[in-house]
Design a protein around this ligand. Structure first.
Ligand SMILES: [Zn+2]
Length: 303
């Protein structure tokens, strides 16, 4: 099963022709999850050929415009195109009022069901779970209540050792039980132990999203051993004072979080429009953490 991320917007504050504001599309198992939705995210989705009607779950980090101004428009478009399937929206307290007040004023909304889960400031722990994945939240450090998210796959079925299974001579109708870990006995009294004819399940993967935030070491415990970490890096070291004042991070600080959390790979983002190239971000981050990536809008990562 696939687990991947498309970075739809890599810029901070305002959308530009080069960089959209924050939005990411995560596909995990059968789930299609949108994280944040800055202005014009629906155009980014069209540009990068992301199927937005498949989105079932939206995670919002905080109520700054560059993370939510695209959501009313996206939902409106989904409705105009005839969507009937529900969407679950998880985000800070106020996300429901933010959306519904606009829909009421423009007389728009009586379409598909929207299910809201509003988080309280500093909330941490499980916010969503199904048979394939779980999503936990943890508090970031920003000017308003801001929530990070971590998506972990759950272990799938064991994998069949075909050769060992065929040697047992039992019917293939027992395969489902065996790969789900059950031992079986067939009609002829042949006993087969699951462990003898299967391998352990495929290792699970994890993805974490941290934007917007000042350098904030308490998040490290929530990011331990994550396979792919997205951490904002609005600034470089030269602007570290400005980063502190505005509750944002530098590339070095993001890399320090990745190193201390033992993350496998790091994606930076939420770049200030003041930088003409991202060379300094890359260089500074790599002095601390080697496996770092500077994405362009539309870039795709396997987790
Ligand atoms: Zn913000």
């Amino acid at each position: 099963m696939s687990f991947n991320v498309t970075i739809l917007g890599t810029g901070a504050a305002v959308p530009t022709l080069k960089r959209g504001t924050t939005a990411q599309l995560v596909n995990c198992q059968q789930r299609s999850i949108l994280i944040d939705c800055g202005e014009a995210t629906q155009l980014q989705m069209r540009k990068f050929q992301v199927k937005f009607q498949n989105i079932q779950l939206v995670l919002i980090s905080h109520l700054h415009g560059d993370h939510v101004f695209g959501l009313p428009g996206l939902i409106s478009t989904m409705q105009l195109l005839g969507r009937t399937a529900p969407i679950t929206i998880i985000g800070p307290k106020g996300i429901k009022e933010f959306l519904l007040s606009q829909f009421k004023l423009v007389g728009l909304y009586n379409g598909f069901p929207l299910n809201f889960t509003e988080l309280v400031p500093q909330q941490e722990g499980l916010v969503f779970e199904d048979k394939c994945l779980e999503i936990k939240t943890f508090p970031l450090s920003h000017r308003i209540a801001t929530h990070g998210y971590r998506i972990d796959e759950k272990p799938g079925n064991r994998r069949l050792d075909k050769e060992a299974f065929e040697k047992t001579g039992v019917s293939t109708s027992y395969i489902n039980k065996l790969i789900s870990g059950e031992d079986i006995e067939d009609n002829n009294g042949v006993v087969v132990h699951s462990e003898d004819v299967t391998y352990s399940p495929k290792p699970t993967k994890s993805y974490a999203f941290c934007s917007d935030t000042a350098y904030h070491p308490p998040i490290i415990e929530h990011l331990t051993d994550v396979d792919l970490l997205y951490h904002e890096a609005t600034f470089i070291d030269k602007e570290s004072e400005r980063a502190t004042d505005t509750f944002h991070s530098t590339a070095k600080q993001a890399a320090t979080i990745a190193l201390k959390a033992n993350a496998k790979r790091l994606i930076l983002g939420h770049f200030s429009a003041r930088y003409k190239t991202m060379d300094a971000h890359l260089e500074e981050a790599q002095t601390i953490f080697e496996r770092v990536f500077i994405p362009e809008d539309g870039e795709f990562f396997n987790v």
